[in-house]
Design a protein around this ligand. Structure first.
Ligand SMILES: Cc1ncc(COP(=O)(O)O)c(C=O)c1O
Length: 379
């Protein structure tokens, strides 16, 4: 059972209970539009990743902005999106295990569901699940485009796997999954370009080898928020999977543009709202948001409006704002907004999004309260 929401529509921002996950709706909507404009200008499709938001309400807004469907990373996440009315879902990750595969296959009776494989075992298990469930699944072969996580080698090994799929009555070969995850957070454009040039070359080589074997790719998918412009211009990728662009976390803001400036294509739209709960030390404010509110693998959250303050020493329910280098002194009970270090896993810690209209103005107000419907959908 989710908790009660920390706010109700119509409340002023200052009355939102904390810790709460806030969306700046104006910035979020600008991000939606910027990405929609960029992909339509590039002539490619957008299939944004729902692992970022875990919300069919947000997914439907992306679809209303032209996305062809969504990506999910887990079958349980996909089930929540389909339940929320999304009609085209790619589970962009290997699914191993009969129970999961049965759920994937059953889901394909309600919506278009696309699976991903990188080994022959995965092909035969997926085919068996599709047969058991009386359905036919579209399948992508994941190729290793340089990140060396999942993915079969490009070229010959990918073609062999695609041929296995094509021979299965209950599967249909639909193309390639070619995501270069490591490249997303390379800080300079040169580093990102080098990595994505390699991903493009590996994808092109594989598409050509498949063509020579009589197999065509409806989908060549990949790309994240850090590199999508490169894949979009590649002439080989036709579906972009960026996710974080809707929210932009503190880590992504450390990427650099081509001219060396901060990566500002998208705006920060996701925040945690927290309360100053204790101030027993002169240069320290303790807030009610710690390890159960943020994740820290991509660095600490960044407080807004406290120049020089540093978030440090999180514990389960506490966070410390070190104010030694800041002239700003909050009062007990003040509320503070922070940009999460990494949006996806931080979202997964919360039950609700509180959507704020006019975030930076005097009349900031709660406009929407949306469940993080696929919170905990990690199986
Ligand atoms: C397969 C896949 N595609 C796309 C993305 C989206 O990347 P980002 O949130 O960095 O835009 C991810 C993120 O991890 C991913 O795993």
């Amino acid at each position: 059972m989710p908790t009660l929401p920390p706010a109700m529509p119509g409340m002023p921002l200052s009355e939102v209970d904390t810790p709460a996950l806030l969306i700046d709706l104006d910035a979020f909507e600008r991000n939606l539009k910027r990405m929609a404009d960029a992909v339509s200008k590039a002539g490619v499709r957008l299939r944004p990743h729902a692992k970022t938001h875990k919300s069919p309400i947000i997914g439907q807004k992306q679809i209303a902005h032209g996305a062809v469907g969504l990506c999910c990373q887990k079958v349980s996440e996909a089930a929540v999106m389909v339940e929320g009315g999304v009609q085209d879902v790619l589970v962009s990750n290997e699914v191993i295990g009969a129970r999961k595969l049965d759920r994937l296959a059953a889901l394909s009776r309600q919506a278009r569901v696309i699976g991903v494989v990188d080994n022959p075992f995965g092909v035969s298990e997926m085919a068996a699940a599709a047969a058991r469930n009386g359905t036919r699944l579209d399948v992508l072969v994941e190729i290793n485009v340089g990140a060396s996580r999942c993915g079969v080698d490009p070229g010959g090994p990918a073609v062999e796997l695609a041929q296995l799929i094509a021979r299965e009555k209950h599967l249909r070969f639909a193309g390639l999954q070619a995501y270069q995850g490591r490249a997303q957070h390379f800080r300079t454009i040169e580093e990102r370009r080098t990595a994505i040039d390699e991903a493009i070359a590996r994808s092109k080589q594989t598409v050509q080898a498949l063509k020579a074997a009589g197999l065509s790719c409806d989908i060549v998918g990949g790309a994240g928020t850090g590199t999508f412009e490169l894949e979009a211009a590649s002439g080989v990728y036709n579906e972009l999977q960026a996710g974080s662009y809707i929210f932009m976390d503190a880590d992504y803001a450390r990427n650099k543009r081509a001219d060396g400036g901060p990566y500002d294509t998208f705006e920060h739209a996701l925040f945690v709202y927290a309360t100053v709960m204790s101030m027993t030390q002169a240069d320290r404010a303790v807030i009610d948001a710690g390890l159960k509110t943020f994740t820290f693998e991509s660095g600490p959250p960044e407080p807004i409006g406290f120049a020089g303050a540093v978030y440090e020493r999180p514990s389960d329910e506490h966070g410390n704002l070190n104010l030694a280098q800041s002239n700003v002194r909050p009062a007990l009970g003040d509320k503070v907004r922070l940009i999460p270090g990494h949006c996806d896993p931080t979202v997964n810690l919360h039950d609700w999004y509180v959507g704020i209209r006019g975030m930076d103005g005097p009349a900031a107000v709660v406009e929407s309260v949306w469940p993080v419907a696929a919170r905990g959908a990690v199986f």
